[in-house]
Design a protein around this ligand. Structure first.
Ligand SMILES: NC(=O)c1ccc[n+]([C@@H]2O[C@H](COP(=O)([O-])OP(=O)(O)OC[C@H]3O[C@@H](n4cnc5c(N)ncnc54)[C@H](OP(=O)(O)O)[C@@H]3O)[C@@H](O)[C@H]2O)c1
Length: 246
């Protein structure tokens, strides 16, 4: 018989936390031992419930502290919350290695989004003029999205020559050309009606290629969330991206 994994959802009253709680409840290999939100004692709850894994879907302002608490309590962490910087990732990796636990940070749990990122990175090897547009609901706390940052990381890694020729242009309205990360302009749209969407546009002579992914419902993330929870215990240190455990 499959061993049950004891899971805590942190941020359970939020949009992603609530959806994840339902998905974990429905998964016969996972036992939802607690759902926590603002004001709960995370470290105490981990020890009281003998939690194996904590899934964090909280807020960019608190995610680093939460992951430190999870590591120090000796549990594994699956992190969907955005906002961890490259420095945060490196320092959490070192901390997790000392404790011998796994931390799996996934900017996007949807398999289609993971493929979109990989296809974009591949395409940028042949079409080095690239911009990213991401679209989210208007309650999203941060911009750009973690998926957009991860996409830009993968593109820049795949082809360091993207957008190297500077454009001659004047920005009449500040921000009109988006924010630039790893030499790639990222444009963030925030409107009610969207869930999570992104397109990567690659331009060439006389042609454009658009690679687009749409999460039209938060259930799109749930198979990836449950898979990440099942895989994280096999990792030591920090792993960045769902594709590493597919
Ligand atoms: N990786 C992915 O695939 C993916 C997909 C979608 C979203 N996200 C990211 O996941 C995060 C959550 O998104 P969401 O849409 O679910 O946000 P949300 O609806 O605002 O939910 C966040 C929840 O966490 C709570 N919270 C805040 N600080 C906390 C703390 N210190 N301890 C425990 N709970 C705390 C919030 O309470 P209050 O409302 O009282 O502050 C809220 O209930 C965001 O960073 C978002 O960008 C990732």
């Amino acid at each position: 018989m499959e061993t049950m994994i004891n899971v805590i959802v942190n941020g359970v009253l939020g949009k992603m936390g609530a959806e994840s709680g339902r998905a974990i409840d429905a998964d016969p290999g996972l036992d939802l031992v607690a759902g926590l939100d603002v004001g709960a004692d995370l470290a105490l709850s981990i020890s009281q419930h003998a939690a194996d894994v904590v899934l964090d879907f909280t807020n960019p302002t608190v995610v680093r502290q939460n992951v430190e608490t999870i590591i120090d309590a000796g549990a594994h962490a699956v992190v969907g919350t955005t906002g961890l910087s490259e420095t945060d990732l490196a320092e959490l990796d070192a901390r997790a290695k000392v404790k011998g636990v796994g931390v799996l940070v996934c900017p996007n749990f949807a398999i289609g989004a993971v493929l979109m990122m990989e296809f974009a990175a591949k395409a940028a090897q042949y079409m080095p003029h690239v911009e990213i547009i991401e679209y989210h609901h208007n309650q999203k706390a941060d911009a750009p999205s973690g998926t957009a940052i991860k996409t830009a990381d993968l593109i820049a890694e795949s082809n360091p020559q993207v957008n190297v020729i500077p454009l001659v242009e004047t920005e009449l309205v500040k921000g009109a050309r988006g924010g630039t990360y790893k030499n790639i302009p990222i444009h963030s749209v925030r409107l009610p009606g969207y869930v999570a969407h992104q397109e990567v546009i690659l331009g060439g002579l006389g042609q454009t290629l658009r690679i687009r992914h749409d999460s039209i419902d938060r259930e799109s993330f749930m198979p990836g969330v449950c898979l990440a929870i099942k895989k994280v215990a096999s990792l030591t240190g920090l792993t960045y991206g769902l594709e590493k455990v597919l």
